[in-house]
Design a protein around this ligand. Structure first.
Ligand code: NOJ
Ligand code: CA
Length: 710
């Protein structure tokens, strides 16, 4: 296959050399630093194809492109190249909140305009952008006479890998991204072995495919990650795997209601198909290519949202200490005054005040309250979840106004919660009023949720219909100045650049699995893998901060598989502009005082000027340093997998001449995620750009460092 492509290219070159007027336009483009090159051409049958090299070595071998439609011939063969245009862009933009203040956006663009050679041939544009950290390309289908809308039945975008790479993958589930990542050779990927996980209510894996981002390491030590950017009015992507040929091909999430993958109005641009290419694993994390491939901010000022840490009436429900619904025997319509608090209901007025007091005393700005509104009694178990949740009616033992007034008095912002139970039509009906209700009560952000199989049947969480729902939520919320933290979301594809009210999302196995998963919870290496896979897509509401690691009082058979210091490190390692301190207030207290290690959570920043990955290997360990916006203080977090390891931390990223007082929170010599997870040590020292320290990370351990400018 590769040889064929090269022969064909040579033929092209010979032709252009032989002919005095260069008939064949240049159809290759390189990254600004010259390391990555894309070569585009047409096959003998006139089918678009491309290949990618890095420092002259093949990364993507000859790979073909085509799109199939219902009731129309495929856009596939019989093309000729009309024009190929090259352009260079150098620009930068500012993030309203993020991992860094300014993002450089430098790339070379190759636009290939094609037309079918038959009479009245249809046109198609394929646009490539190549950056120093990878590339993206998309199809642009122009409007055509007599055709205003098409039903895409398949997009066949190939990625022909150059070998049997090591891959960190999760199954191409159409409904959920909450599978563990697996590490295997490409030839060993077997997504169908992941069917029917007992803890996943909605899951659909139709074939041997993977979800994106999917990250790989080649034998030569090159890192690749495949994903998509700017997913708009289209179906999410999965990548079908051919273990024998090392080929991947796009398989869009389908819709049985639609009888295809995506119905689109012409003209239409598909999302960008992206490949990040890096020599260091850490550079994958620093790459902003996926954001750069999205459109600039379309909603203006988002200062109504302030990055923050928050506590929540949340972990207690996952532990089984309390319930979302009011349980007991009361019929909600005949609730009897005086019985407030007699159930195990978590969201009571008194409990909310308890959390507010804790937040106010410990520099935590936000409070999430789940289970505040009616409908939870019919939540997961109900077959018909349409019309069940009410996003404006509090349970009678939760005095909404009183809690809001108390929070305001204490300077705490309450975060709204809307569990839709995967009934988006019910949510869309109430959305407008619900957002007005929020705003009139001083609430600026909402955590949404989509647990369960999508109603109506035949739609999936990652299909076009839901992509459009999630977008509608963002757009309507933006109009009301509300920020969205979506759980059971569509994967992030960098849209936070365009809609910076998309503050965070779940889209992974979160902390919650440690409370109840029947498979032993998240393994110690979970987040050392997430940092190089899921996190490449965007901010994660992982909800770190468990201090009571074993919680035997509630769940003797479950635990968190990390040390306490590892939990602290996550505030830096896992990026999100909102970070939960998820444990119960009582678990953050020690001998009547706030736990000494909580100081790190109180202090740590949530909005950054700069991010640097200091030390990284996928699924092994990662150390990240971030400089806080405003204060100029730095925070470091480092985590390891199930293996203890010694890491050297070099502070040469600090500016010369600056001195910082460092507080180091680390594993004790005998810490271990299973045998002694809560042991920790706190040390203080001064550091500057010449400082180097050795830190020992326990099995499943980590460390966190705050650096306050002196
Ligand atoms: C699943 C979410 O991930 C979790 O955070 C939330 O508590 C439950 N749904 C209830 O909405
Ligand atoms: Ca979830």
């Amino acid at each position: 296959m590769k040889q064929y492509f090269q022969l064909f290219l040579c033929f092209g070159i010979v032709l252009s050399v032989l002919s005095s007027c260069s008939e064949k336009p240049q159809t290759s483009v390189s990254s600004p630093d010259g390391a990555i090159e894309i070569r585009f051409d047409l096959s003998e049958t006139g089918q678009p194809m491309y290949m990618v090299t890095h420092n002259g070595k093949t990364v993507i071998d000859t790979s073909y492109l085509s799109i199939d439609f219902k009731d129309l011939p495929s856009l596939k063969d019989g093309f000729e190249i009309l024009t190929a245009d090259l352009k260079t862009i150098e620009s930068s933009w500012e993030m309203p909140w993020g991992e860094q203040a300014v993002v450089e956006n430098n790339y070379n663009e190759l636009t290939i305009n094609l037309q079918e050679t038959i009479e009245n041939g249809r046109k198609l544009t394929i646009r490539y952008r190549v950056y120093d950290d990878g590339l993206g390309f998309r199809y642009e289908i122009p409007s055509a006479e007599g055709v205003s809308e098409v039903l895409i039945t398949d997009e066949n975008t190939q990625f022909n890998l150059s070998g049997d790479h090591r891959v960190w993958w999760q199954p191409g589930d159409w409904d959920i991204y909450e599978h563990l990542y697996n590490e295997t050779l490409f030839s060993e990927i077997d997504a169908l072995s992941k069917l029917d996980h007992p803890n996943l209510i909605a899951t659909h894996i139709p074939e041997n495919a993977v979800n994106t981002p999917v990250t790989m390491k080649t034998d030569e030590g090159l890192y690749l990650s495949f994903h998509e950017a700017d997913l708009t009015d289209y179906a999410g992507i999965t990548l079908k795997v051919n273990p024998e040929t090392f080929e991947m091909e796009s398989e869009l999430v389908g819709s049985e209601r639609l009888g295809g993958k995506a119905k689109v109005k012409l003209p239409f641009n598909t999302p960008w198909r992206t490949i990040q290419i890096e020599e260091d694993a850490g550079d994958l994390i620093e790459s902003k290519m996926i954001l750069n491939l999205n459109e600039p901010n379309a909603i203006g000022d988002v200062s109504y949202f302030t990055p923050m840490k928050y506590v929540g009436i949340w972990w207690e429900m996952h532990l089984g200490k309390s319930t979302w619904d009011m349980e007991g025997s009361q019929d909600m319509n005949t609730f009897i005054e005086g019985q407030q608090g007699s159930s195990r209901h978590g969201a009571t007025t008194a409990n909310a005040k308890r959390y507010i007091d804790f937040a106010a005393a410990n520099n935590i700005k936000g409070l999430l309250v789940e289970g505040w509104n009616t409908g939870w009694d019919q939540w997961i178990n109900s077959e018909d979840r349409e019309g069940v949740f009410d996003f404006m009616t509090p349970y009678p033992d939760y005095n909404f106004k009183e809690v809001m007034a108390y929070a305001k008095e204490k300077g705490v912002e309450v975060i709204m919660h809307h569990e839709t139970s995967a009934a988006p039509r019910t949510y869309e009906k109430q959305m407008n009023e619900a957002y007005d209700f929020m705003k009139s009560n001083g609430m600026n952000s909402v955590k949404t949720g989509y647990v369960g199989k999508i109603i109506p049947e035949g739609e999936y969480h990652h299909g076009q219909w839901m992509v459009n729902h999630y977008q509608k939520v963002l757009t309507e919320a933006a109009a009301k100045k509300i920020a969205i933290n979506a759980h059971e979301p569509i994967m992030a594809t960098g849209k936070r650049r365009t809609y910076p009210n998309a503050i965070a999302r779940e889209g992974l196995r979160g902390q919650e699995f440690n409370a109840w998963a029947t498979d032993g919870g998240n393994p110690p290496e979970h987040l050392s893998t997430i940092a190089f896979t899921r996190m490449l897509a965007g901010p994660i509401d992982f909800t770190p901060g468990v201090f009571n690691i074993k919680f035997d009082e509630f769940k003797p058979n479950n635990q968190v598989n990390t040390t306490l210091a590892h939990q602290l490190a996550l505030y830096v390692v896992i990026y999100s502009p909102i970070q939960m301190a998820c444990d119960l207030p009582e678990h953050y207290m020690k001998d009547g005082e706030i736990h000494p290690a909580f100081k790190f959570i109180s202090d740590v920043g949530v909005d950054w000027d700069m991010t640097k990955v200091l030390n990284a290997e996928i699924a092994d360990h990662v150390v990240i340093a971030r400089k806080e916006k405003g204060s100029g203080n730095w925070f470091l977090g480092g985590i390891t997998d199930e293996n203890a390891r010694d890491l050297k931390i070099n502070f040469d990223f600090l500016e010369e001449g600056d001195t910082f007082s460092a507080t180091i929170y680390k594993d004790a010599p005998d810490s271990h995620y299973n045998n002694n997870p809560e042991a920790y040590v706190i040390e203080n020292m001064d550091v500057n750009s010449n400082t180097e320290i050795d830190i020992k990370l326990a099995a499943g351990g980590g460390f966190a460092i705050s650096l306050h400018r002196k």
